[in-house]
Design a protein around this ligand. Structure first.
Ligand code: FAD
Length: 290
């Protein structure tokens, strides 16, 4: 199917883009990698009069550690994270996530910010960034505001982004010492969306007790979910095999899957249990080695 007709503009600054969004309201749509937007246009799920292409905005093309955060400008592609030299040692959760998003073609064009803005409950970045305790920076005509990813993702394909706002940056706190992470995804075939996927990040103190735990669930709810009760269960405990298995069972209860072409709900819930236990094991090993 071909897309409906639209006007196209490619501003060179954030200020210009935001003014265009303000002027055109819900008639305009931002396009970044186009890997979700173009399919939606082709299926006529959206018919915007204007596409605002942000790919020429140089001030959004950065990806660096600064001020206690790893800062991903809105033009950071999945593949930038996948292949960043030296990133895996400090951010294993992020690199493991980037490796399993779709296929290399999509990863070379699609952006992390676009994935979050799209808010697909089957999108991998929502779960990973919840686990990492990440934030987003939204920029509109009156300036910028910062929200946690928890507060940004509201519902299926629904976020806190205003009509005249751009998601300009994703911020991931620099992990403290003795932090490890992992992202595990079960898919029907390579490149597919998840049957279920789990992102975790844990921090240990010198005595080996858990001081922070983040667990994000993908594809098993109407939105990317945070397994808060499982996170709370881990806090203050020494992370033995039994403790990890119990946390994984709690996380599985927090999942809210539906039966569909990717499998029955109870199967997906059980996969959350298995994936959470394995991801926690990997994360704890990495935290101990860090
Ligand atoms: P676009 O498609 O350009 O935009 C998506 C939405 O976000 C639009 O509504 C747009 O207006 C908005 N938007 C984009 N950037 C901004 C911004 N900076 N500020 C405000 N709004 C913005 N994803 C996964 O997570 N896992 C998968 O396994 C997976 N498999 C895929 C397989 C295929 C074949 C395809 C085509 C896509 C797949 N995706 C998957 C989706 C892919 O990751 C997309 O790249 C991503 O969802 C959207 O990023 P984008 O930059 O392409 O955004």
């Amino acid at each position: 199917m071909i897309t409906p007709p639209f006007d196209y503009v490619a501003p060179q600054t954030v200020a210009e883009a935001v003014q265009l969004l303000r002027r055109h309201g819900d008639e305009a749509k931002v396009i970044a990698g186009g890997q979700s937007l173009i399919p939606m246009l082709r299926f006529r799920l959206l018919e915007p009069a204007l596409l605002v292409d942000i790919n020429r905005i140089e001030e959004l093309a950065y990806f660096r550690e600064e001020g206690g955060f790893l800062r991903l400008g809105a033009l950071t592609r999945h593949s930038d994270v996948e292949f960043a030299p030296g990133l895996e040692r400090r951010y294993p959760l992020l690199v493991a996530t980037a490796r399993v998003v779709a296929d290399p073609l999509v990863r070379n064009r699609g952006t992390v910010a676009g994935s979050l803005a799209h808010a697909d409950p089957a999108g991998d970045w929502g779960a990973a960034l919840l686990a990492a305790g990440a934030q987003v920076v939204l920029t509109g005509p009156d300036g910028s505001r910062t929200l946690s990813v928890d507060d940004f993702l509201l519902d299926t394909f629904t976020t806190a982004l205003g009509e005249d706002e751009l998601l300009t940056e994703v911020r991931v706190p620099v992990p403290p010492e003795r932090t490890g992470g992992a992202y595990l995804k079960l898919e029907r075939k390579v490149g597919d969306f998840a049957i279920a996927a789990v992102g975790v990040q844990v921090t240990l103190n010198a005595a080996g007790e858990c001081t922070r735990a983040g667990i994000g669930l993908c594809g098993v709810g109407s939105i990317s979910l945070r397994a808060r009760q499982a996170e709370e269960y881990l806090l203050g405990r020494t992370l033995t095999e039994d403790v990890l298995a119990e946390a994984a069972s709690v996380a599985a209860e927090e999942a809210d899957p539906v039966s569909d072409q990717r499998g029955p709900a109870e199967y997906k819930r059980d996969m959350v249990r298995v994936l959470t236990r394995r991801a926690l094991q990997q994360a704890v090993e990495r935290a101990r080695a860090a």
